[in-house]
Structure formats: structure tokens, C-alpha cells
Design a protein around this ligand. Structure first.
Ligand code: CAA
Ligand code: NAI
Length: 696
């Protein structure tokens, strides 16, 4: 392996190049190399300045996350940065790409910072469940002010070069294309002007009112409910004001260590790598995707309009097909409305909006206009009959090699593919609502789907900035199949004695964005009702079927859109619907169930055990390739708290024995719903975890 840190002395300037692809992370060998370089500079008397820069695409993008959780090896980053800062000659950081986390901390330890206009900066540690543990919480407030630092560190957001310059994070922006030359010419200028080292730790931070910290804490308690890292970030920045520099650093270190040992850190780092690992699908390894520039979307309702917008925003041409002229005009309005929302939020200019509507988007009732589309995504009603009719038409019209995709939520993609003479070109592309916002895309691979069609699905997802997960064909694929099971566990808890409102509250307290009953109100209770009716003929007579949601639907209460569902919606507020309690009481009486009190923890245990158990089946059947694919699905499509890493990571954290024991306990009440998945039993017997399967 080539040297990750190269030192050359040129014109009395020590030039230190970091070459540790792909992102120049501060791996052990890089820290060693930097440490040795600064030791060498200290030894020599012919060096008048130093420049640090990153080769290839970026400066340092942070600590090497793969080393987290392993025994730390010297030199430690905080000591290394102190050594850089202590250097007796001016040190310049020449910045491009992304200077993130430990990378930005190295730059803050340097004495002067120069960057190209496209460079981006940030301390994203909080998103990994930790805090900037190498002086970032002490140096950034000194350079850019406490309030700026608090916001940047607790949000972890990326900051552009202009903003960084205005805030004092960097000293200069330069257009020089050659990064090494950019650093060198700045260093030469500093030497010529007699500039001295300028240490960030020497700056006295500007005092702020203690209210600033209190307000930050209160805001984060709401926005980052349940999370440790943002609160520790506040404490660390507070230390920058209240403590001398060295003590502030020690305080930061202690708070960092506490987070390093937390389950939340392990979960967030699992999520980071899982979202990258999920695109590694053996069957498309080395397979070239088909070219995509023109997309067809069929159906311009909730999903079709969102899918069209998602494609339009990334520069694709979109033709949207609806049933008749009236529906075409409704679809056009739907698309324009969503795009206008982007204009209002400042994400899209009015000129760009006009150009998209004029040049990239067309809506029509003529299927023939799809003849040139590279990918056609069907998003018509969730009815096999309608879908079959559509795919028969597509088969007759679309050019050879066009990818024919269905956005079905539950239906059999093999059956849909069989309507065409080209099943190898048919795939499921399951978007989530709202499709222009939600990051998840399930790529449903049918029996005959060609690998380059699957590769095209992944390539399209990347272009649309979505996280794609490969799924096999079954009722509901990965996410909705698991959802239908944990929803039944929620209903089971309600029949046993909890109210839907208690279930929602318990799960929100657990960290879900919304409780399941509030979510069904939002999605429309009619959707689940239609699925339950469709599946009724195949329902096992042993299933304890909860009817209370059907009672609401029969009364015409479909949730938010009708003003009433599990909750009543008026004046922008939401209150529990008392009618639900009556329906439940009647149902319990009819079923002979004596309600008992269900503690909050039991609600969570039931819900999670059902989720994990069905997820284990989904993995065992190959519907999901690995446990991590389930985690990515639930994290990005179902509001599962990221800081818990997904259901499989959560299962490993609490222990698979406990999950199995819970299932066996609940089975005493309902042994049809609660049958342990064979994979779960096997892993427990073998003393293994889901993580072992990810790494297999
Ligand atoms: N450590 C180890 N590997 C990393 C890494 C890191 N900090 N950052 C990225 N990688 C790896 C990725 O896993 C990926 O590997 P594979 O190709 O094997 O999947 C590869 O580098 C490329 O990454 P991306 O696919 O994400 O590339 P991108 O161009 O889309 O994004 C990026 C580049 C913006 C740097 C992005 O990777 C990123 O945000 N990385 C994390 C940055 C970060 O959080 N830094 C802070 C680390 S914590 C820290 O520094 C703590 C401290 O104070 C001591
Ligand atoms: P919707 O009812 O809002 O829109 C369907 C649209 O399809 C209507 O505008 C209708 O006019 C049009 N349409 C029906 N038949 C057509 C035909 N033969 N040719 C052209 N257009 C036709 O439905 P929604 O919610 O957009 O769902 C569409 C599909 O997406 C369904 O398969 C659904 O299961 C799936 N889906 C829905 C999600 C949701 O949250 N709504 C989430 C993910 C997938």
C-alpha cells in the first residue's frame, strides 16, 4: 500500500499530502504519518511554513469510522491536532471537497485556512451519535462564535465556503484549481509578510447569555427526542466558555467517551454503513445499467405525481399518462403544485419551474407517447385487473429494452410481468409517500427480471437521491409485509386492554416519528381496509381479527381526509376519537376478552417482537438479502428512529434471547399471531446475532 501521508520540503515550506482514498479518513496510518511529519518539521530549522492538503477528491472527510468501537491506537487525534497547533511555523490547511468531522478539526488546529469555492465544511459527528472529540467543540466557538458553533455542531449540517468565510471558519476563498499550489502560494505570502502562527486555542471565546444553552437544550429535547449526542454537544460547547482551553478539551473528551460507549453510537454507525452496504447486491455486481433519460409515469394521483416530480427535479424528461382529459389536467395540477412548493421553500427558482413545465414535462391520455420512454413506472389504482390492463398496453407500445416498472404496494410482480411478452424487463419500483420526499425505494426483483434491469433500478434510485433496497416478491415485499405484522401486534395490544392512543404514545416515546394509529389516519384508513378485504378470503380462521378499524371505515371515517378516524381533526388540532373506545369495548365483549392494563414497556415489546419476528422470516426467505436491508427499509420508509439503528440492530442490542422469550410469553395469549420465526430460534440456539448474518 502506498504511503498515506507524504512530506516534501519545497521553497522552505513543508508540504504534507494526505492520500488515503476514498475520502482521506484519519485512519491510524494517517495519524501516524501526520504525527511523524510534524515531528520532522519540529526537528528542522529550514522550514518556514507548512501546508496540509488532501490528494484526489477531498481534504479529510473525518475520523475513520471503521475504527470506532475498536481499541484506540496512538497517536490519538486530539493530541495530534494539539501538536499541529503547537507547530512553531505557520500551518496552512488548503481545503477542497468535504472537510468534515476530524477533518475540519485538523483544519481548525492549523493556523490559516484557505478553500476552493466548492469546499464544504461540517462537524457531522452528532449524526453518528458522538460529538467532535478532537477539539471541534472548543475551537469552533472560538473562531465562529458560540451560537454559530452550537447550531453547526448540534445539527451536523454541511456549510458552504461562503458561509464558512463569513463566519470566520476559514480565512480565504481561492479559485486556484491546483490545491497544492493554492496552499503553497498562501504559505509563501504568509512567510513574505512575516506572519506568525495563529493558534485558535489562544482566542478568548465571546461570552453569551446562559439562556443560549438552555434554549438549545430545550429545542433539542423536542427535535432530537431521546438522543444523547445533541445534549452532550451542548455541554461540550458550554465548557468552551466556562473552562480554560485544556480543561474544556478534557471535558469534551469525557463527554465524547460517554457517547462512544453508547448503544446509540453503535446504532447510528450501523445505519451509516448499512445505507452504503445495501447497494452491494451480488447479482448486479459489474452489470451495466440501461441508459435512462426519458421516464414514463402512468397515473398522476398521489404517487404518480410525486414520482414525476422526483424525476423532473433531477433533470429527467417525464411523460405522465392519465385516463382522460380531465384526469390529465388534474395530474398536471398535482405536479405543478408540488413543484411550486419547492419554489416557495426556495429550493427551485421560478425560471427553473417554468423551464421544467415547458420543456421536461408532458401529460397526456395517449399511451402511444410512451414509445420512446426508457423506464415506465405504473402508479395506477392498486387493482390487479387495472395493472394487467396497463401492462398489456405497455407491452404493445414500449420500445424494446424499456424497463417496465410497477409501484404496487402489495401485488404480485410475477403475475404483472406475465401479462407481457418481456417479463425480463419487468420490475417493481416501490416508492413511498410523498414520493418526492421519502428516501426509500424498494426494488422488487421478480423471478424473470434481468440483472441489468435490477441494476437500472439501482441507478435510477441513485439519480433520484434515494436509498434503494432489493426486495423479493411476496405480499407487501419487505416493508409493508413487516408492517402488516407489527400492526397486528398493535391491534392485539388494543384488544388485550390498551387504547390505540396508549399504543401511539408508547411508540412515540420509543422514538417512532408517529404512532401507528396516527399514521393510518394520515395515510387514509380506506387503504388498509381495502387490503384487509382483499386478503379476507385467504385469512386463516385461527387469526384473531381485530375489527375496530373496519367499524370506523364502515361509518365513513377514513382519518384526516374525512376529519375523523382514530383521532378527530379540527382547527388544526388532533384529539382522540371517543367512538373508537366504544367500538373496541363492543369487540372485546363479543370476543369474550377481559381487558387488562398493558404497561407501556409491554406495548413496545409486543410491537418490536412482531417486527423482528417477521423481519427474520423475510430474511430467511430471501425477500431481504440481509438483516441490514430490513433496517435500511424501516429507517427510511417507516419512521423507525435512526438512533436505534433499525429493528434488527435493536434486536441485537436487547439480545435475541429476550426477543424470543417475549414471543413465547405473548404466545400464551395468542399462539397463532406469535409463532417464533425459525431463523430467530436458530440464531438464539447458536448464540449468534443478526449482525453475524450481515457480515457473513
Ligand atoms: N470513515 C471510513 N470510511 C468512510 C468515511 C469515514 N469517515 N466516510 C466515508 N467512508 C467510506 C464509505 O463507507 C464508502 O465506502 P464504500 O465505497 O466501501 O462503501 C466510501 O468511503 C465513499 O463514501 P460515500 O459513498 O459516502 O461517498 P460520497 O462521495 O457520497 O460522500 C462523504 C462522501 C460526504 C465524505 C460521506 O462519505 C460522508 O459523509 N462521510 C462521513 C463523514 C463523517 O461523518 N465524518 C465525521 C467522522 S466522525 C469524526 O471525525 C469523529 C472525531 O471527531 C474524531
Ligand atoms: P391514486 O388513487 O391517488 O392515483 C391513481 C391514479 O391512477 C388516479 O389518478 C387514476 O386516475 C389513475 N389511473 C387509474 N387507472 C389508470 C389507467 N388505466 N391509466 C392511466 N391512469 C390511471 O393512488 P395512489 O395512492 O397514487 O397509488 C397508486 C399506486 O401506488 C397503487 O398501486 C398504490 O398501492 C401504490 N402506492 C401507494 C402509496 C400511498 O401511500 N398512497 C405508497 C406506495 C405505493
Amino acid at each position: 500500500m502506498s504511503d498515506p501521508v507524504l512530506l516534501e520540503i519545497t521553497d522552505d515550506i513543508a508540504v504534507i499530502a494526505i492520500a488515503n482514498p476514498p475520502v482521506n479518513a484519519l485512519s491510524h496510518s494517517v495519524r501516524q504519518g501526520l504525527d511523524a511529519a510534524f515531528a520532522e518539521i519540529a526537528r528542522r530549522d529550514d522550514v518556514k511554513a507548512a501546508v496540509i492538503y488532501g490528494t484526489d477528491r477531498t481534504f479529510i472527510a473525518g475520523a475513520d469510522i471503521r475504527e470506532f468501537g475498536k481499541p484506540p491506537q496512538e497517536p490519538f487525534l486530539p493530541d495530534l491536532i494539539n501538536r499541529i497547533e503547537a507547530c512553531a511555523v505557520p500551518v496552512v490547511a488548503a481545503l477542497h471537497g468535504t472537510a468534515l468531522g476530524g477533518g475540519l478539526e485538523v483544519a481548525l488546529g492549523a493556523h490559516y485556512r484557505i478553500a476552493v469555492p466548492s469546499a464544504r465544511f461540517g462537524l457531522p459527528e452528532v449524526t453518528l451519535g458522538i460529538l467532535p472529540g478532537a477539539g471541534g467543540t472548543q475551537r469552533l466557538p472560538r473562531l465562529a462564535g458560540v451560537e454559530f458553533a452550537l447550531e453547526a455542531i448540534t445539527s451536523g449540517r454541511q456549510i458552504g465556503a461562503e458561509e464558512a468565510l463569513a463566519a470566520g471558519v476559514i480565512d480565504r476563498i481561492s479559485d486556484t484549481a491546483d490545491i497544492r499550489e493554492m496552499g503553497l502560494s498562501y504559505a509563501r505570502e504568509l512567510i513574505a509578510s512575516g506572519a506568525q502562527p495563529r493558534r485558535t486555542s489562544d482566542i478568548a471565546p465571546e461570552p453569551v447569555s446562559p439562556d443560549v444553552f438552555e434554549q438549545a437544550r430545550a429545542k433539542l429535547a423536542k427535535k432530537a427526542r431521546g438522543q444523547l449526542a445533541p445534549q452532550n454537544c451542548v455541554k461540550a460547547v458550554e465548557g468552551a466558555l466556562s473552562l480554560p482551553f485544556a480543561e474544556g478539551l478534557a471535558n469534551e473528551r469525557a463527554l465524547f467517551q460517554e457517547l462512544m460507549e453508547s448503544d446509540q453510537r453503535a446504532a447510528l454507525i450501523h445505519a451509516f454503513f448499512a445505507e452504503r452496504q445495501v447497494a452491494k447486491v451480488p447479482e448486479i455486481n459489474g452489470v451495466e445499467p440501461r441508459a435512462i433519460s426519458r421516464i414514463g409515469v402512468i397515473g398522476g394521483g398521489t404517487m404518480g405525481a410525486g414520482i414525476a416530480v422526483s424525476a423532473l427535479l433531477t433533470g429527467l424528461q417525464v411523460t405522465l399518462i392519465e385516463r382522460d382529459a380531465e384526469a390529465v389536467s388534474r395530474a398536471e395540477t398535482n405536479v405543478a403544485k408540488i413543484l411550486q412548493g419547492s419554489v416557495k421553500r426556495g429550493k427551485l427558482t421560478q425560471e427553473k419551474f417554468d423551464a421544467i413545465m415547458r420543456e421536461a414535462f408532458e401529460a397526456s391520455a395517449e399511451y402511444a407517447t410512451l414509445a420512446t420512454a426508457d423506464v415506465v413506472i405504473e402508479a395506477v389504482f392498486e387493482s390487479m385487473e387495472v395493472k394487467k390492463e396497463v401492462f398489456t398496453k405497455l407491452d404493445a407500445i414500449c420500445k424494446p429494452g424499456a424497463v417496465l416498472a410497477s409501484n404496487t404496494s402489495y401485488l404480485d410482480v410475477n403475475e404483472i410481468a406475465a401479462m407481457t411478452t418481456r417479463p425480463q424487463d419487468v420490475i417493481g419500483l416501490h416508492f413511498f409517500s410523498p414520493a418526492h420526499v421519502m428516501r426509500l425505494l424498494e426494488i422488487v426483483v421478480a423471478d424473470e427480471t434481468a440483472p441489468d434491469v435490477t441494476a437500472t433500478g439501482f441507478a435510477l434510485a441513485k439519480r433520484l437521491k434515494k436509498v434503494a433496497v432489493r426486495a423479493g416478491v411476496c405480499d407487501g415485499f419487505i416493508g409493508n409485509r413487516i408492517l402488516s405484522h407489527y400492526r397486528k401486534a398493535g391491534d392485539g395490544a388494543v384488544l388485550a386492554g390498551a387504547s390505540p392512543f396508549e399504543v401511539d404514545r408508547a411508540l412515540v416515546n420509543f422514538g417512532l416519528a408517529m404512532g401507528p394509529y396516527a399514521v393510518s389516519d394520515l395515510a387514509g384508513l380506506d387503504i388498509g381496509w381495502a387490503t384487509r378485504k382483499r386478503l379476507a378470503p385467504t385469512r386463516d380462521p385461527r387469526e384473531v381479527y381485530a375489527e375496530f378499524a373496519d367499524r370506523l371505515c364502515e361509518a365513513g371515517h377514513f382519518g384526516r381526509k374525512t376529519g375523523k378516524g382514530f383521532y378527530v381533526y379540527d382547527d388544526g388540532g388532533q384529539t382522540p376519537n371517543a367512538e373508537v373506545i366504544d367500538h373496541i369495548a363492543e369487540e372485546r365483549a363479543a370476543k369474550g376478552i377481559a381487558a387488562r392494563e398493558i404497561p407501556e414497556q409491554e406495548i413496545v415489546d409486543r410491537y418490536m417482537a412482531a417486527m423482528i419476528n417477521e423481519a427474520a422470516r423475510v430474511v430467511e426467505e430471501g425477500i431481504a438479502l440481509r438483516p441490514l436491508d430490513v433496517d435500511v427499509t424501516l429507517l427510511n420508509g417507516y419512521g423507525f428512529p435512526r438512533w436505534r439503528g433499525g429493528p434488527m440492530q435493536y434486536a441485537d442490542t436487547v439480545g435475541l434471547e429476550k426477543v424470543l422469550a417475549d414471543i413465547e410469553r405473548f404466545a400464551q395469549e395468542d399462539d397463532f399471531l406469535w409463532q417464533p420465526a425459525p431463523l430467530l430460534k436458530r440464531l438464539v440456539a447458536e448464540g449468534k446475532t443478526f449482525a453475524d448474518l450481515n457480515n457473513a
